[in-house]
Design a protein around this ligand. Structure first.
Ligand SMILES: *Cc1c(COP(=O)(O)O)cnc(C)c1O
Length: 395
């Protein structure tokens, strides 16, 4: 992969006609080091946020040894890329074939579940294995998060005790896990979820070996500037310390977004301007799925040799495909004189950005290069006592 200093360097050298993914390994490395050093337990990377093998290797080199995988394809990919990694299959609804292959071929020993049927399925597919770590997924509120994960999975507090007891009978180690929803804007989300963990454990009266607080750790986007990460870790640590669990129990987390949001941005080109609408060459079927479908906002900047002296104004984007759905409302603030042929860097697309790219309508084949400058924002620049302010690296 080629290395450039920044987006302007890429635009000048390549004049790319396709969107180019700009990756910043140093930013992913910084995020990984932060979790490895500061989270009061084990951090495993939720692979679905960005499964790129280069990123997986970067995280591994920075000390991330455990990977949360959700499909057999993710299991195979991580096993192939990182032969030594520990894989945890944390999707509560799996096919028997996926469980069997994960267990027998790829050495997966940790599985999550949220029903008695899934427990039976795991036992059957592993032929009664006695070396399993089974994590019961609790349903918790997504009220503090920008993206809900509350409806699809999880046993209710009423259902959990029986499931914990049943899992305890067959598990070598028993865990409780949950997910507060993605981009949790307050550490309170974890405190509330932990009180449900407490209720379930007390009710079941079982010994729990693992408490896994899932993902949801936020990154920074326009209009979404969360509390410092250290405050999240502190709330989790405090709640964990007060749980009725054994001294030898382990605390885990599964960050996806927080480990990779800063890893990538996209260099797109303006193909047409109509008033305050820019037709760009990346969109809803490319790396801007969330911008189109859930109105997620990303930071943007004009990439042009001479900086524009005009004031910024608000734009919305159309992507390259032929349908109206390929629309990103924004608003995206860019200099008022932006024109056809200009390049735009769209930042903070490392999580759920390139991972969502499709080939629909013949678009989506741009290349990937490394850049060495800073991401457009970071939650990890200030490793200080909270409440630290988010560092903004651009004006
Ligand atoms: C998606 C997912 C994650 C990662 O969530 P983020 O919000 O990206 O941190 C972690 N665990 C599970 C089970 C998930 O489904």
């Amino acid at each position: 992969m080629h290395t450039y200093h920044n987006a302007l360097g890429v635009a000048a050298a390549l004049r790319p006609a396709q969107p180019v993914t700009l990756v910043r390994p140093h930013a992913a490395q910084r995020a990984a080091r932060f979790f490895v050093e500061k989270f009061p337990g084990l951090s495993m990377y939720a692979v679905k946020a960005n499964p790129s093998p280069e990123l997986l290797k970067t995280l591994w080199d920075a000390g991330i040894t455990h990977y949360d995988v959700a499909s057999i394809a993710e299991v195979r990919l991580v096993r192939e890329t990182l032969p030594q990694a520990t894989l945890c299959f944390m999707h509560p609804v799996k096919s028997p074939e996926a469980i069997a292959e994960a267990y027998r071929v790829h050495g997966v020993r940790t599985f999550s579940l949220d029903t008695a049927c899934e427990l039976e399925k795991i036992v059957a597919a592993t032929e009664g294995a006695t070396d399993l770590t089974l994590c019961v997924r609790l349903r918790v509120s997504s009220a503090h998060s920008k993206l809900s994960l509350a409806s699809k999975f999880g046993a209710s507090v009423d259902e959990a005790p029986a499931l914990l007891l049943a899992a305890r009978q067959v598990a070598d180690a028993l865990g409780v896990c949950f997910h507060v929803g993605s981009q949790a804007m307050s550490p309170q989300a974890y405190a509330e979820a932990m009180s449900m963990v407490r209720a379930a454990i007390v009710q079941a009266g079982v010994t729990v070996d693992v408490v896994d607080v899932g993902g949801g750790f936020p990154s920074v986007y326009p209009g979404m500037e969360p509390t410092a990460m250290a405050a999240y870790f502190e709330v989790i640590h405090r709640a964990y310390e007060s749980l009725p669990i054994s001294y030898s129990a382990e605390l885990w987390c599964e960050p996806g977004r927080a480990l990779c949001a800063e890893y990538a941005s996209v260099l797109a080109r303006v193909e047409k301007r109509k008033g305050d609408v820019l037709y760009i060459n990346d969109g809803a079927y490319g790396s801007l799925f969330d911008a189109a479908h859930i109105d997620w906002r990303y930071p943007v900047r004009l990439i042009r040799d001479d900086e524009s002296t005009t004031k910024p104004m608000d734009f919305s984007f159309y992507g390259p495909t032929c349908d109206d759905l390929d629309y990103m409302a924004g608003p995206f603030a860019l200099p008022a004189d932006i024109a056809e042929g200009d390049y735009v860097e769209i930042g903070m697309l490392g999580a759920y950005g390139s991972a969502m790219r499709t080939q629909f309508n013949g678009f989506g084949q741009g290349e990937t290069v490394i850049v060495t400058d800073e991401p457009m924002a970071t939650t990890f620049g200030v490793i200080a006592a909270q409440p630290a302010k988010v560092t903004r690296l651009t004006k």
